[in-house]
Design a protein around this ligand. Sequence first.
Ligand code: NDP
Ligand code: 2IT
Length: 448
Amino acid sequence: MLRNRYLKEVYQGTAERNRGETEFLQAVLEVFLSLEPYVERHPELEAHGIMERLVEPERMVTFRVTWEDDRGRVHVNRGYRVQFSSAIGPYKGGLRFHPSVNASIIKFLGFEQIFKNSLTSLSLGGAKGGADFDPKGRSDGEVMRFCKAFMTELHRHIGANCDVPAGDIGVGGREIGYLFGQYKRLCNNFTGVLTGKGLHYGGSLTRKEATGYGLIYFVEEMLRCLGHETVFGKTLVVSGSGNVAIYAVEKATRLGGRVVAMSDSGGYILDENGIQLDVVKAIKEEERGRISDYARRVPGSRYVEGCRGIWSVPCAIALPCATQNELDLAAARTLVDNGVIAVGEGANMPCTAEAAAYFQEHRVLFAPAKAANAGGVAASGLEMSQNAMRASWSFEQVEEKLRDIMVHIFQISQEAAAGCGRPGDLITGANVAGFVKVAEAMLSEGLY
Ligand code: NDP
Ligand code: 2IT
């Protein structure tokens, strides 16, 4: 529970004004709990209304997206963009296309993005967007028509120096291409208005791999500094089998780890010999199929129905890389009983607050999402730099910068945790380190 009077008051006001927005309130409470020691020492934050301003988006738009399916039937979806904070740079954050998308989910993601983007040390504000559109089972033509209809509304709110969207769940290279094409057509302007673009039209090498690779760099640094361990020789379980999960598995395997389980929303696969990633890539990236196919193709592996059961698979390192609140207290207990030593959040807020607290109480090394998955947006920031310079850097150049950024995020988070009297608590560390820069910028810029 919050003890600081100012934070408590602002949280209560936020809860009243955003009733029923459980994910958003969960994200706000986590940040506020971390900031208590800092806020106690900085009365100027209350004097300038910093916290009440931070929890209210600078701007939020919702819009109707009307499109036609292959049979000529008309569909209506709801589109969103929340421009949460421009204190330290242009709004930046992904777009999520998933049937569960609502205002609460977009606001939780946009709020997290403020601090995550600050941690990267790049000049990026916080934003998020998306739609309650389900791309599953849709043809390329349907996805294209949806993306074009979505951008027809969104284009007036974004720009290369104003707001730069990217991918998230359900939005990958294909969708970014269609969105970019429509922006260019409407604005008659070839500009770096989206990141995660294809390599032939302004994309950056390493962006596709960046979130997963960055997660492993962060976890490796955490293991080295706090546990005197490495990924080498460890058993890993990685939930999800999308962009983040696939490239986390690729890097972990290259570093000598053995990944024995992956999942999608239907269930999980188990392969004690180590997941064959080329098979997963073929199923997910090329065929857009289901993970259950893996068990039909790889002898000795098996498929288990239901995605939540994946946390009962014994492992030393658990990497939730699918979605919010996918790992609850019961799952955390099972992982601890089975001897987990480290948890790295590849997804945004994948562990419930109770699960995260349980890991920390049981001395499991815990890498919180806004630090551990910042590699994706960091590489997006590097894509923006290359676009602005009309340059393109090599894979090795971008990867080296990405690695340096992830190691730096670990270091500043660790230092901030120690500075707050909570050494090793990277949840506190990441929240404080991300917050301080944003708060100082807001203090400098005057009221808005
Ligand atoms: P993808 O769409 O590529 O993959 C998502 C994966 O998670 C799929 O395997 C999907 O299964 C599974 N999944 C999605 N929703 C649910 C659900 N409600 N229940 C169970 N499983 C689910 O998305 P990404 O890999 O890009 O994103 C994964 C997570 O990482 C998200 O939390 C995202 O916000 C976060 N993230 C992404 C970044 C990026 O650069 N892409 C950067 C930082 C964080 P199925 O196919 O069956 O739906
Ligand atoms: O959650 C995230 O950080 C992302 N989906 C990536 C955002 C980006 O702008 O690259």
